[in-house]
Design a protein around this ligand. Sequence first.
Ligand SMILES: [Zn+2]
Length: 61
Amino acid sequence: MNSQFSIDAELLELLVCPDCRSRLALAYESAELMCTNGTCALIYPVLNGVPVLLTDEARKA
Ligand SMILES: [Zn+2]
């Protein structure tokens, strides 16, 4: 359980991958945001409930 991991659904609608502009999906298990583009597949960290949408901070799935 990660009680700090909570992102508003409406906010999530607005978020896109900064690399490929695809939608992002929540990865609850790891508390991260995952790019839905299978080719890009970058995973972004969420720090204290704030998505860090920087390709420098992202990792490859
Ligand atoms: Zn992407």
